[in-house]
Unconditional design. Structure first.
Length: 201
């Protein structure tokens, strides 16, 4: 009888293995009720790894057939939705949303999956509208601020993602939202006395 793989080795297979190899690992872990077990370094589950690597069919199998936790959080507060959004895997992201991923989940830095999604270079307006519309339909807060006071709109603007920016504005993201990042790091300017009259010396 084949031995049950360690979580670390299972994660490596999920990153680089063939579909057949990954399915074999999943079956062994499922038989031991270890599908949602986390690794020691980052406290990630198999679904985090598969989402990050864009393995759509395996993500769906893991959730639908093995009851993988779609909202499990890792050491930094990331859910599989954050992993898929950060890597730009739109098909995985949409599958997670359809299966109950919580769009308002925040990382330790108070960042939503939408913060990470808009950093990517998707330039197809139709795709962006579909994805952001799905976020909004699930209750996403377009004006959620991370620990630096940055919204998704700030993230898109800072990275020159014009189509993302336009799409967020179309969904009424707050164009006047102010960050706290610069304020927190810039000391106040000293107040200097003004001369009572002009001096031409």
């Amino acid at each position: 009888m084949a031995s049950t793989p360690t979580i670390a080795s299972a994660h490596e297979i999920c990153r680089r293995g063939t579909k057949a190899e990954v399915l074999k690992v999943i079956k062994r872990l499922k038989d031991k009720d270890r599908i949602n077990e986390k690794d020691q370094d980052y406290e990630q589950t198999l679904l985090h790894i598969l989402s990050e690597n864009g393995r759509l069919d395996l993500c769906i199998f893991l959730i639908d057939k093995c009851r993988a936790g779609v909202n499990e959080v890792d050491k930094s507060g990331w859910t599989p939705l954050h992993s898929a959004a950060s890597s730009g895997h739109i098909d995985v992201l949409e599958a997670l949303l359809q299966r109950g991923a919580f769009v308002r989940a925040l990382t330790d830095e108070q960042a939503s999956a939408l913060h990470y999604f808009v950093r990517n270079s998707c330039s197809d307006p139709a795709v962006l509208h579909r994805v952001i519309s799905a976020f909004v339909a699930k209750g996403a807060d377009l004006n959620q601020k991370n620990k630096h006071g940055e919204t998704a709109l700030h993230q898109a603007a800072m990275r020159g993602r014009a189509q993302c920016l336009l799409c967020l504005l179309n969904f009424k993201a707050d164009v006047n939202s102010i960050t706290t990042y610069v304020i927190a790091r810039a000391p106040p300017l000293p107040l200097l006395p003004l001369p009572l009259s002009p001096s031409f010396d």
